[in-house]
Design a protein around this ligand. Structure first.
Ligand code: URP
Ligand code: ZN
Ligand code: ZN
Length: 480
């Protein structure tokens, strides 16, 4: 039997923080309390002056993703290992079938790729087309394979974009199965048109990327997806909310009593759109992702969304491409592979910009980096909580430790870091994954294949419980 005793720290859960030792045995937490005794042979970690928190869960990553004619730099091993170095002990990645490809076939391919994961992982399934086989396979995936969330790309026309017919069919089927529909909210038709118009103005560089994907394009899609979900009485989760328009759409719907949830990327909280005007193509292109980084004012709206509870989770959309891959768009910004990294840096960036500034308490930090994701995707309290019986996925957090983030020292295989040069205060000193110490004071001991596929059960019958429809509410409850 293998034991770890984490001694003398402050346990931080989403609901409270308290002084306690934590004892793990073979992958589970078996005791949380004061003055715990170390069983013989136990490894003892001194957490004096530190926080002991549930390991981070990143609900939005793309490891080994084939996308825009290339494949991301990080595979499931290098990507999850980087996560462990930053205190993230689970990821939820995406299976993305090509249009007309069987969902089950794509799922099996991704399961195979993910076998090398160093940390636990799970999958959302993207719905990129529709027919009766898709409806049937959604059922198989929920009932037999533990997938309880379906992703819909409202952008990427002529590739993986969903039209409204597919959205409606899939949302309806998802709720029937007790699964959460999620959306990438950008109007793909408008992006397609704007890309052409921006190019026609003679703009071919990365500065054209945000011009072709303005906040209104995201706001329109968020409002449309939320309206469809309202009519169908389906809860909905909006991934990578990047702007005021989308955040307000979510806040309005929630004020009407609709179950709408929002995810924010660490990058969108601290990086602004000036990066696209960098004179060096490689630097500007390295920041090309969708939705793009926004003018600074949007960042405050995202922070307020997290603080008020109108936005719920934080992620990275970790999707790394190197300079040579980004160069595919040298003469045409619309061909630059979309994606940036961050799985290693998310916790430290959010702690530094969120907790150190007083925007978030440590418990609120745990909520938005771990517990809320576990709840929304139905793996709580197995994950997202320091409690007896939970998985021994933990991060020992040194609030006084500092680090300057850089591509030179990151564990990701990517050659760029969107947080380059940022010095953060608050870093992991130890990461425990499945009861094993995998990161000790800068020493990463990630093991290929140690991660497990985590099944996420369907939600129960009250998932889409009848609620008052907006029309029946007094107008006073509606923010216009
Ligand atoms: O630019 C991004 N976000 N790339 C990954 C695919 C997606 O839209 O999530
Ligand atoms: Zn997306
Ligand atoms: Zn993504």
């Amino acid at each position: 039997m293998s034991h770890i005793l984490i001694q003398g720290g402050t346990v931080v859960n989403a609901d409270r923080a308290f002084r306690a030792d934590v004892l793990t045995q073979d992958g589970q937490i078996i005791a949380v309390g004061e003055n715990l005794q170390a069983p013989s042979g136990a490894t003892v970690v001194d957490a004096g002056g530190q926080y002991v928190m549930p390991g981070g869960i990143d609900p939005h990553t793309h490891m080994q993703l084939p996308f825009m004619g290339t494949v991301t730099m990080d595979d499931f091993f290098t990507g999850t290992a980087a996560g462990l170095a930053g205190g993230t002990t689970s990821i939820i990645d995406f299976v993305i079938p090509n249009p007309q490809q069987s969902l089950i076939e794509a799922y099996q391919i991704w399961r195979e790729w993910a076998k090398k994961s160093a940390s636990d992982y799970s999958f959302h399934m993207a719905i990129t087309w529709w027919d009766e086989s898709v409806r049937r396979d959604m059922g198989t995936l929920v009932q037999q394979e533990g997938i309880n969330s379906f992703k819909h790309f409202m952008a990427y026309k002529n590739a993986i974009m969903c039209d409204d017919e597919t959205l409606v069919n899939s949302f309806k089927r998802a709720v029937e199965l007790g699964a959460m529909p999620t959306v990438h909210a950008e109007n793909g038709e408008l992006v397609f048109l704007l890309q052409k118009e921006v190019a026609a103005m003679g703009i071919s560089g990365p500065e054209g990327h945000p011009l072709s994907r303005p906040p209104t394009v995201e706001g329109e899609a968020a409002n449309r997806a939320i309206a469809i979900a309202e009519v169908l009485n389906v809860p909905i989760y909006v991934v990578h909310v990047s702007c005021i328009e989308a955040a307000e759409a979510i806040a309005r719907a929630r004020a009407r009593g609709q179950r709408v949830y929002g995810e924010v990327l660490a990058g969108h909280l601290v990086v602004d759109d000036s990066v696209y005007r960098h004179p060096d193509f490689a630097t500007a292109a390295a920041h090309v992702m969708s939705p793009p980084f926004r003018p600074k004012g949007h960042q405050e709206a995202l922070w307020r969304g997290l603080q008020s509870g109108n936005l719920h989770t934080t992620a990275t959309d970790h999707c790394t491409f190197c300079a040579a891959q980004k160069a595919a768009g040298k003469d045409d910004f619309s061909k630059i592979p979309n994606g940036c990294g961050g799985v290693e840096e998310r916790l430290a960036v959010i702690w530094d910009a969120g907790v150190n500034t007083g925007r978030l308490t440590p418990s609120e930090f745990v909520a938005i980096t771990s517990a809320n994701t576990a709840k929304l995707f139905n793996i709580y309290p197995q994950k997202g909580c320091v409690a007896v019986g939970a998985d021994a996925d933990l991060v020992v957090w040194d609030p006084a430790g500092t680090k300057t983030l850089s591509a030179k020292t990151q564990h990701s295989k990517g050659d760029f870091n969107i947080f380059e040069g940022r010095t953060v205060r608050g870093i992991p000193s130890h990461t425990v994954s499945q009861g094993e110490l995998v990161f000790i004071q800068g020493d990463l001991r990630a093991k290929t294949g140690a991660g497990r596929y985590i099944k996420r059960p369907a939600f129960g019958p009250n998932f889409a419980a009848n609620r008052l429809r907006a029309e029946t509410l007094e107008p006073v409850a509606v923010i216009r």
